[in-house]
Write a protein that binds this ligand. Structure first.
Ligand SMILES: [Ca+2]
Ligand SMILES: [Ca+2]
Ligand SMILES: [Ca+2]
Length: 327
């Protein structure tokens, strides 16, 4: 082929690829029901090769998003869920000195970051690196990393992580459960004494401020399933009764320097999303979504394929479409 025509052919190819680019790094979903094979096998016990496991005409992911069981036909409530979120203790290498004895916020932020970026296991070193970035951001902005209230945590998330935060006051059990059904972990803020967990080493003279991540729920036992950052023995998949847990919710108050602020949690949602059966990837921020028109822009932003999360179409539709992302 003549060199000139060869060049033109390459241009045509490049244009056609960028117009219909598909993000390839997303987890395999063999039956295209919106749940990855991993999620079906590890979390939901559904059939990874059957889009509608219980043959009730509703696809597996659709049922979970709307709070129904994908295993029991018809409109049976989804009564249990346990998202697969790697555990990080606030003192990742069991060194309870320096900033690590006060690092429940950073460990909470880190677990959710790892979850939304598709990480299944975190080494101590990886956990510490992320947490140290959060320490240094706080030192720079507020001159201290000791206590981060809901406002500070939400700002850190929105400015420096791969996901988004929304502060939610007076949350109910049902509202937290709904977040979990949409595969979104919730970061919770507590007056720690109320939790009555002897494995958390609170200082008797301290603020008793504590934070953790809610990763699941169990309606039969009326318990939340959490990754508790402070419990060095049974922190992973720890369980707290619904009532006790909701009672213990309190934000940190800088005036009193105690965890006696309002009942408050942080709802989270991914920054980069797509729906099943569409290659379109969007950037989410506040209540708006922006389409990412090609791979070059995605890469120029420094984003990672692993951070693209498959979400519910109804939920994505609730975001206002704003202009496409530009470099
Ligand atoms: Ca699937
Ligand atoms: Ca399935
Ligand atoms: Ca079904």
């Amino acid at each position: 082929m003549h060199k000139k025509y060869y060049f033109i052919l390459i241009i045509i190819l490049a244009v056609s690829i960028s117009a219909g680019f598909v993000f390839a790094k997303i987890e395999k979903d063999s039956d295209k029901d919106g749940l990855s094979d991993f999620e079906e096998q590890k979390i939901y016990q559904t059939n990874p090769n059957k889009a509608d496991t219980d043959s009730d005409s509703f696809k597996d992911a659709e049922e979970i998003y709307h709070g129904y069981s994908p295993l029991a036909g018809g409109q049976v409530k989804l009564t249990q869920l346990n998202l697969d979120i790697p555990y990080i203790n606030e003192a990742p290498d069991d060194n309870w000195t320096g900033p690590w004895k006060n690092a429940c916020e950073e460990a909470s932020l880190a677990m959710v970051e790892k979850y939304y970026t598709g990480v299944k296991q975190v080494t101590i070193k990886e956990a510490k690196i992320f947490m140290m970035v959060m320490f240094s951001k706080q030192n720079k902005i507020w001159g201290s990393n000791a206590d981060a209230d809901a406002y500070r945590m939400a700002k850190l998330i929105n400015d420096y992580t791969s996901y988004n935060a929304v502060i939610k006051d007076n949350p109910t059990t049902e509202q937290i459960v709904k977040e979990l059904q949409q595969k979104r972990p919730v970061i919770t803020l507590h007056y720690g004494k109320t939790l009555q967990n002897k494995n958390i080493p609170f200082l008797a003279t301290g603020s008793y401020y504590h934070t953790m991540v809610v990763i699941g729920y169990d309606d039969a036992k009326k318990e939340f399933i959490v990754n508790d950052t402070g419990d060095r023995k049974t922190g992973k998949n720890h369980r707290y009764a619904y009532d006790l847990f909701i009672d213990s919710l309190h934000d940190f108050d800088f005036k009193t320097r105690k965890a006696n602020g309002p009942s408050r949690v942080i709802f989270t949602y991914p920054m980069l999303v797509k729906i099943t059966n569409s290659p379109k990837v969007y950037y989410l921020h506040d209540k708006e979504k922006q389409y990412i028109p090609n791979e070059q822009i995605f890469k120029a932003k420094g984003w990672k394929w692993e951070a693209v999360n498959v979400v519910d179409q109804d939920w994505l539709d609730s975001f206002k479409q704003s202009e496409d992302i530009k470099i």
